[in-house]
Design a binder for this molecule. Structure first.
Ligand SMILES: NC(=O)C1=CN([C@@H]2O[C@H](COP(=O)(O)OP(=O)(O)OC[C@H]3O[C@@H](n4cnc5c(N)ncnc54)[C@H](OP(=O)(O)O)[C@@H]3O)[C@@H](O)[C@H]2O)C=CC1
Ligand SMILES: CC(=O)N[C@@H](CCC(=O)OP(=O)(O)O)C(=O)O
Length: 310
């Protein structure tokens, strides 16, 4: 029998992209709710409880409600794309390349929390350096980022695309999260293995999908002997043997004049760069991804496939 998959929130931004990524697959059976019934709790509860894997593409509160609808039903495995369970100890964090054993943990887990888009980039460069002993746990990390506007879901897509929207946004590029209390900070701190919460400054650009996450570091504040080359080598060693996260060779990064935020739009992969000059005092670690690819829907499908391979 084919595994049954129900995407709760299938008519939203993340849900739709999961569906399109799964189009044409004959190895799974998709359970579906009509768009007009998407908020019908009774139908959702029934579909949730009929699934082998439920993928929640809902706001945090609705995700918690969906998990409550599944209480006592240990047969249904859950992938939650919201922020609700990302630092919960009984949920596996759905970033398979984060650690040697993480893909196996996701494969065997009943409850998987899909990472946030920005944290995927930030943790992707921070955690390998923490584990290699290069980045001290109390380093005051700063994360600066720009996202495509689909990161804000249906509401922001309407604000950016529809000139008649009462909250229409005309800006080509704006900062937000100005209180420095963005919902992704706890996740970056926990899975980045940091003692101090990073300063996180996100922004949105007038393009639908794509993301650049930057983590600049002062080399003299890192472990003794750290260099641009040793930082790059630690990332290369960490990501050896998999094909989703690419560490761009130093020679290639050195030749670049610019990094394009939309380069990986539509893809489920991530590129990591170490920028700076050999012998210099600083490095800038850069992650390039699609907020809806490795940042959300692509990662959810990757996690579903891992879980189904158990
Ligand atoms: N967009 C992105 O790049 C990323 C999104 N995520 C996360 O994915 C989740 C979904 O976000 P996104 O797809 O962007 O959001 P959208 O607003 O585009 O989609 C959410 C969907 O959930 C539905 N919904 C809302 N409340 C309920 C409810 N109480 N019961 C049933 N359905 C409900 C919405 O219906 P309605 O149309 O009626 O509001 C909509 O169809 C969020 O937790 C988000 O933080 C994570 C990483 C990246
Ligand atoms: C551009 C934009 O608004 N982005 C969203 C984050 C998108 C995302 O990753 O949502 P999760 O928190 O569920 O992971 C934000 O900053 O709230």
């Amino acid at each position: 029998m084919k595994p049954k998959i129900f995407i709760d929130g299938e008519h939203g931004t993340t849900g739709l992209q999961i569906r399109s990524r799964m189009a044409g697959r004959s190895d799974v059976e998709l359970l579906s709710i009509p768009e007009a019934e998407r908020r019908n709790a009774a139908i959702r509860e029934d579909l949730l409880n009929s699934a082998d894997v439920a993928i929640l593409c809902l706001p945090d509160d609705a995700s918690k409600q969906a998990v409550a609808m599944l209480e006592g039903n240990n047969k249904v495995r859950i992938i939650d794309t919201s922020t609700a369970h990302r630092i919960a100890p009984d949920w596996a964090y759905g970033f398979a390349e984060m650690d040697q054993g993480q893909a196996g943990r996701i494969r065997d887990a009943r409850l998987v929390a899909n990472p946030g888009c920005y944290p995927t980039g930030a943790i992707g460069v921070i955690r390998p350096l923490r584990q290699a002993g290069i980045l001290p746990e109390n380093y005051p990390v700063t994360v600066n980022a720009v996202s495509g506007y689909t990161g804000g879901g249906k509401q922001m897509i309407a604000q950016m695309e529809d000139p008649t929207n009462p909250d229409h946004i005309t800006s080509p590029n704006f900062l937000y999260g100005l209180t420095l209390k963005h919902k992704h900070v706890p996740e970056m701190k926990t899975h980045g293995l940091l003692d101090r919460a990073p300063i996180f400054s996100p922004s949105v650009g007038r393009f639908p999908q794509g993301m650049i996450v930057q983590v600049p570091l002062f080399i003299d504040q890192l472990a003794d002997g750290a260099t641009l080359e040793s930082i790059h080598a630690a990332l290369v060693a960490h990501y050896a043997g998999q094909s989703i996260v690419e560490v761009v060779p130093l020679e290639e990064s050195a030749k670049l004049a610019r990094v394009d935020a939309v380069e990986l739009a539509g893809k489920g992969t991530m590129k990591l760069y170490v920028f700076g000059s050999s012998g210099g005092e600083q490095v800038n670690l850069v992650a390039l991804l699609d907020n809806l690819g490795k940042g959300a829907s692509g990662a959810a499908v990757q996690n579903m496939d891992l879980m189904l391979s158990a």
